[in-house]
Design a protein. Structure first.
Length: 413
């Protein structure tokens, strides 16, 4: 499908999506995406990896409208859903209903299963434990080799330990689920790799839930086990919930710690301000929201199928078509965030869309925020001489993952 250029009447092929990042500025959204933002359009056609032409929603206001619109669906098996990967498309029809692919009352039912486990109050109570673990990990890093690899020393262990404690998953199994989380989020995984990873992780979670039904503790998997025992959930329904939380709960936070650290080390003046204000909760909170806005880890989300025609910003989006709300585009929309390319740590950026919008906002966002507040207020205060131990050009960025990040970050002090 082509678009007509209003001035000339000529047809124009939809731009390819996603566009590649610039190696000169790997922390910013792709230049091609920013050029689309600069057109001032709210929505336009793009060409996806499989030749389909879903609608790309660009502006902050338009994305909030679309993602809250009940005429769009998160069901990856719905006609027109713009799949991220070949593996997702191959398994869409057989995907079991769960919190991330249902709508309306059914989605609300799934979400209620987790609400009590992720309340803001409960997450705030975890702050002392997060602080203790962060300090312990930094102590070990300082006692170990210099340079160190930040993913291995801090970024992965902290959220992994916290999500394990919250879910009731043995941390000694972290190598197993971190490996499978990497496959889950990889863009170029095969359908066979995807199926094997899903089977392995869900089988693992199911066995833990069964064990906790007879020996419960104060954790999320025990809560799910109690619901299975009471007949509110089947084991086949509970295991995917645990799987989603386990993968999302450590992989995204880990990537954000590493990517945010690398970004701050490129901006010594902002880093100095953060270090100077590390004991000011309001400043640290704003800084974390700005980092979330600037980096927008879920860089290929959010995606929906249209189930009923929508008249939107002068365009008709038909039932059976797909829409992609490009979260990085919304978070670099100059109408919502003036001068978006400037990292401004005291910016009021809490209205960013890094956790999505509407009914499917990230359920674990309060835990992620507290982890990041603790890490970024502690790391640079504890290690004021922290620096990159490799040139920026040597770093391998995760363009091939649904959660943007850096594969390895060597640091020295």
């Amino acid at each position: 499908m082509t678009e007509t250029t209003p001035d000339t009447g000529a047809t124009q092929e939809p731009p390819e999506y996603p566009a590649p990042r610039s190696s000169a500025c790997p922390f910013a959204p792709p230049p091609g995406l920013l050029r689309l933002v600069d057109t001032g359009k709210s929505v336009l056609r793009v060409r996806s990896w499989d030749g389909t032409t879903p609608w790309l929603v660009l502006t902050h206001a338009a994305q909030r409208a679309i993602l809250a619109d009940p005429r769009t669906s998160a069901n990856i098996g719905a006609p027109g859903y713009p799949h991220t990967t070949e593996a997702m498309k191959a398994h869409a029809a057989e995907m079991q209903p769960s919190i991330n692919n249902t709508d309306g009352a059914e989605h609300a039912r799934w979400r209620r299963m987790l609400t009590s486990s992720f309340t803001r109050h409960r997450m705030v109570r975890l702050r002392p434990a997060i602080q203790r673990i962060t300090d312990d990990l930094i102590d070990r890093m300082l006692e170990g080799p210099n340079p160190a690899e930040l993913n291995e020393a801090l970024s992965l262990p902290l959220p992994s330990l916290m999500i394990c404690e919250l879910l009731g998953v043995p941390y000694e199994d972290h190598a197993f689920f971190q490996e499978h989380a990497g496959v889950t989020n990889a863009v170029y995984k095969t359908p066979e790799e995807s199926a094997a990873t899903v089977d392995a992780l869900r089988g693992y979670i199911a066995r833990l839930i069964v064990a906790k039904m007879d020996d419960p503790a104060e954790d999320v998997l025990s809560d799910l086990g109690a619901r299975v025992k009471a007949g509110d959930l089947s084991l086949e329904e509970a295991a995917p919930l645990g799987h989603i939380l386990l993968v999302a709960g450590h992989d995204t936070s880990a990537n954000m710690i590493t990517l945010g650290t690398a970004l701050l080390l490129q901006h010594p003046d902002r880093l100095a301000a953060l270090r100077a204000n590390s004991d000011d909760p309001a400043y640290v909170t704003n800084a974390v929201e700005e980092l979330l806005r600037y980096l927008t880890l879920p860089h290929l989300l959010a995606r929906r199928a249209v189930v009923e025609d929508i008249e939107f910003e002068g365009e008709t989006i038909r039932a059976g078509e797909g829409v992609i709300a490009s979260l990085p585009a919304a978070n670099w929309d100059p109408l919502a965030f003036p001068d978006p390319a400037t990292l401004t740590l005291d910016r009021a950026a809490a209205h960013h869309l890094a956790f999505g919008w509407g009914p499917h906002q990230c359920v674990g966002q309060q835990l992620a925020r507290i982890e990041l507040q603790v890490v970024f207020s502690t790391l640079f205060r504890r290690i004021p001489t922290l620096r990159l131990a490799a040139d920026l050009e040597e770093l391998a960025f995760k363009e091939d993952s649904q959660a943007y990040g850096i594969h390895e970050l060597p640091v020295a002090w």
